[in-house]
Design a binder for this molecule. Structure first.
Ligand SMILES: [Fe+2]
Length: 187
């Protein structure tokens, strides 16, 4: 038969065929293009400083290697580890920043197409006092296209615009290692 969304495919075979897309800087490819789910495979070898506020749930399955999520929850940072083989259902609006330093890492990630008027946000927090430095909200239509446009807006800010209004710390932009180093024992 000819099902609407295609026939089953071998996941690891697909991963091999799309290995180039799963490496930095993109690290992300859609396994299925249709339907109400956004089903991506995410590779490794990258870190980031944005926190994503998703109005819908996300399902993580860390197929290979490890990853972790920096969490911002009501003014405090926390961390959730994704060990190899872990599966996790994340609630809506839990602000998360996925860190995938393992270049061999592989994650099966399921999101939902956003309902009408649902708002996604990307937020960058001060590594010292955990207050918001800059953020942008959007009706997300295309996961691959819409988010990078917002990253570019943040990275283009001046040092003054990236300076925390509460404590005067300069947010180091896209450099997660520098961001994490400032955070140290502060939050
Ligand atoms: Fe601050």
């Amino acid at each position: 038969m000819n099902p609407k969304y295609g026939l089953p495919k071998n996941l690891m075979g697909w991963v091999q065929q799309n290995a180039d897309k799963l490496k930095p800087p993109v690290c992300n490819a859609a396994l299925f293009q249709d339907g109400n789910y956004i089903i991506n495979v995410v590779g490794g070898g990258n870190t980031r400083t944005d926190f994503h506020d998703n109005p819908t749930e996300e399902i993580f399955h860390q197929i290979r290697g490890t990853a972790y999520l920096e969490i911002w929850d009501r003014g405090r940072f926390d961390r959730i580890d994704l060990k190899e083989g872990d599966v996790w259902l994340m609630e809506p609006h839990l602000q998360h920043s996925p860190q995938r330093p393992d270049p061999n890492g592989l994650c099966f990630l399921v999101e939902l197409k956003r309902p009408p008027n649902a708002i996604d946000s990307l937020n960058w927090y001060c590594p010292k006092c955990a207050k918001l430095v800059w953020g942008a909200s959007m009706e997300l239509k295309d996961l691959v296209a819409d988010l990078p446009a917002t990253y570019k807006r943040f990275y283009a800010l001046s040092d003054a615009e990236r300076t925390c209004k509460h404590c005067g710390t300069l947010h180091p932009g896209k450099d997660y290692a520098a961001w994490h180093a400032i955070r140290g024992g502060n939050a």
